[in-house]
Design a protein around this ligand. Structure first.
Ligand code: IMP
Ligand code: MG
Length: 177
C-alpha cells in the first residue's frame, strides 16, 4: 500500500514494516546490553506506543517489568493553562531503572512533563526510548537515550500513531502528502 486515506487526508508510505522491525530490533539489542542486571521497568505511554512497546518488549531478553501509563491533558483551574497529569502508575518506581517508551517526541513538552513527575518519585534512573523523534520541532532539552528514527517535521500515522483517533492500526508508518 503506497497511499492511504485517513479521514480528510492522504498519506504516503514513509517507513515500511521491514524498516521499523529492523530498527526496533537494534534498539532492543542496545537496551539488552546497557541494562543487563538492572531489571528495568518499561513504562509505555498510551495510546500511541502500544504497538512499538509490544514489538520492542518481545525482543528484550533480560529480566524486566512493563507497565502502561497515560498523560492526560486538562485545563488547570488556576491561570496555569494546560497541565498534564500522569494516570495509571501503580508501581513503586523508587530506586528503579525506568525506561519510558513513547511513540513520538515532537516538541518534547509531554516528555519533559512526564520526566519531571517521575523524578519526584525518586527512580534510580530514567531513560527515554522513543520510536520517532522530530529534532526540528524539539522545544526543550531532553536526553533521549534511544530512538529508532529522526524525521523531518511532518505529520505521520500508523504503527500506533493516529490522526484524530484513526490510523493506529496501519502496520507501517505513513506521512501526510
Ligand atoms: P510533544 O509533547 O509535542 O512532544 O507531543 C507528543 C505527542 O503529540 C505524541 O505523543 C503524539 O500523541 C502527538 N504527535 C506529535 N507528532 C505527531 C505525528 O506526527 N503523528 C501523530 N501524533 C503526533
Ligand atoms: Mg504519545
Amino acid at each position: 500500500m503506497e497511499n492511504v486515506q485517513v479521514k480528510d487526508k492522504t498519506f504516503s508510505i514513509f517507513l515500511t514494516e521491514e524498516q521499523i522491525k529492523a530498527r526496533v530490533q537494534e534498539m532492543a539489542t542496545k537496551i539488552n546490553k546497557d541494562l543487563a542486571g538492572k531489571r528495568p521497568l518499561f513504562m509505555a505511554v498510551l495510546n500511541g506506543s502500544f504497538i512499538f512497546a509490544a514489538d520492542l518488549i518481545r525482543q528484550i531478553d533480560i529480566p524486566c517489568d512493563i507497565t502502561f501509563v497515560r498523560m492526560a491533558s486538562y485545563i488547570g483551574t488556576q491561570s496555569t493553562g494546560r497541565v498534564k497529569e500522569l494516570i495509571g502508575l501503580n508501581e513503586v518506581i523508587e530506586g528503579r531503572t525506568v525506561v519510558v517508551l513513547e511513540d513520538i517526541i515532537d516538541t518534547g513538552l509531554t516528555m519533559r512533563e512526564l520526566v519531571s513527575i517521575l523524578k519526584a518519585k525518586h527512580p534510580a534512573e530514567i531513560r527515554i526510548a522513543s520510536l520517532v523523534v522530530k529534532p526540528d520541532s524539539l522545544k526543550v532539552e531532553l536526553d533521549i537515550n534511544y530512538h529508532c528514527f529522526d524525521i523531518p517535521n511532518k505529520f505521520i500515522v500508523g504503527y500506533g500513531l493516529d490522526y484524530d483517533g484513526e490510523g493506529r492500526n496501519l502496520p507501517a508508518i505513513y506521512a501526510v502528502v
